[in-house]
Design a binder for this molecule. Structure first.
Ligand SMILES: Nc1ncnc2c1ncn2[C@@H]1O[C@H](COP(=O)(O)OP(=O)(O)O)[C@@H](O)[C@H]1O
Ligand SMILES: [Mg+2]
Length: 389
């Protein structure tokens, strides 16, 4: 609550003791007498007809009266002010009485002012209390949200680990069964089918968990010096393997185009950039039965340390009617059970979110059809110089 100061003191001086009253009155009377004498002397001295009629001692007396009166009036005025000030300073109620209203009127006014001040004070007090309660409510809500986020993040981390670990173990075993020389051909085929289904399941689980983490703002970007050539070479090999696994035609190939102007290392989160390139090349390989998938890396135009990474393919392309929504969650180029490829439609949404988290962007371009490309994605990463951080 706000504390009230006594207001009355500041408003007017009311002489409290009789002595002060008497002194003030005497000074007032003397001042008036001096002023009267001054006036009289002035009148007599300055009126020539009157002067002419008066004998000269009387004229002299009038002049003396004028001089004395003026002097006395000035003296009393000065003394009056000095005494008043001193009295005001000494008085417990200390203010100047001369300019203030009469005591009763002043008291009434003071009471009204005091009442109004008290009313305002009460209102301010109420508003302050309300604000304080709102602030504490918001703080509590914020803390609650933070706690919930912490629980959600830890749940996602645990779930992610608990789901991926056994799945990876199963996939590893299936791979071993598939390549073992003593596995009968029929079993090898079953193992291959189980492996591919398991990989799809792992991808779905990973994407779903990743999307939940992004939603919960639980994904952090940890940049470090990264060799972009090595990183993209890894995805070239993966795309190549994926293309040949999927397509019966030998006329599918994966290409990597690295600009000669690239720096040896870039300050970026290699894991996250790899995740984006992996998603895009996986899509490109999935939808390309004939032709090529190309990864092209060059310095970002207009940026000193940035990168632009293009992933193009000569596959079936994205239908014009879904191009506008392709980065939204659960968007599929071909809807329905008859579509030839799996997926929840989360990959591109995750890629865009990650690109934004790194201060970059992901766009779907109109692919250069002259080279036979049907789809082209452009990832732009304006990167900082490591030493600047
Ligand atoms: N390179 C591509 N060529 C053709 N269609 C594509 C390509 N990339 C993405 N798409 C279309 O975009 C849809 C969404 O892709 P994505 O977000 O990666 O989903 P998912 O997580 O299911 O892979 C795909 O189902 C597909 O129809
Ligand atoms: Mg995908």
């Amino acid at each position: 609550m706000i504390k009230t100061q006594p207001h009355r003191k500041m408003l007017m001086f009311r002489p409290a003791d009789p002595l002060t009253h008497t002194v003030l009155r005497v000074f007032a009377l003397l001042s008036a007498a001096a002023a009267g004498l001054t006036g009289l002397g002035l009148a007599v001295f300055l009126t020539p007809p009157l002067q002419a009629e008066l004998p000269s001692p009387w004229a002299l007396a009038a002049a003396a009266l004028f001089v004395f009166g003026t002097f006395a009036a000035a003296l009393f005025c000065c003394v009056n002010r000095l005494v008043l000030r001193r009295l005001a300073a000494l008085s417990p109620d200390g203010c100047d009485q001369h300019n203030g209203p009469p005591a009763e009127e002043g008291t009434g006014m003071l009471d009204r002012i005091e009442t109004s001040l008290t009313r305002h004070e009460t209102r301010i007090g109420e508003q302050l209390a309300q604000l304080q309660s709102e602030v504490s409510e918001r703080r509590a809500a914020e803390q609650e949200a933070k706690d919930a986020l912490a629980v959600q993040t830890s749940f996602l981390a645990t779930t992610s680990h608990e789901l991926r670990t056994p799945l990876n173990a199963m996939l590893g075993l299936l791979h071993l069964i598939q390549i073992a020389p003593d596995t009968p051909p029929k079993c090898k085929q079953h193992a291959r089918t189980a492996l591919s289904a398991g990989q799809r399941l792992l991808e779905m689980v990973s994407n779903t968990l990743e999307a939940a983490k992004l939603e919960a703002k639980a994904v952090t970007i940890n940049p470090h010096q990264t060799d972009i050539r090595r990183l993209t070479r890894h995805w070239l090999v993966t795309a190549e393997a994926s293309l040949h696994r999927r397509s019966r035609d030998d006329d599918v190939t994966a290409l990597l185009e690295l600009s000669p102007d690239l720096d040896p290392e870039y300050y970026l989160d290699g894991g996250r950039v790899s995740q984006i390139i992996g998603n895009l090349t996986d899509n490109a390989s999935k939808f390309t039965a004939l032709g090529k998938v190309q990864i092209a890396v060059s310095p970002l135009a207009g940026s000193k340390h940035g990168l632009e990474i293009r992933i193009r393919d000569t596959g079936e392309g994205i239908p014009a009617e879904v191009r506008g929504q392709i980065f939204e969650r659960f968007t599929q180029g071909k809807q329905g059970m008859s579509r030839p490829h799996d997926g929840a439609g989360l990959g591109l949404w995750i890629c865009t979110d990650l690109a934004h988290l790194m201060g970059g962007s992901l766009e779907l371009l109109d692919a250069p059809t002259a080279a036979g490309f049907a789809t082209e994605f452009l990832l732009k990463l304006p990167l900082p110089q490591a030493a600047a951080l």
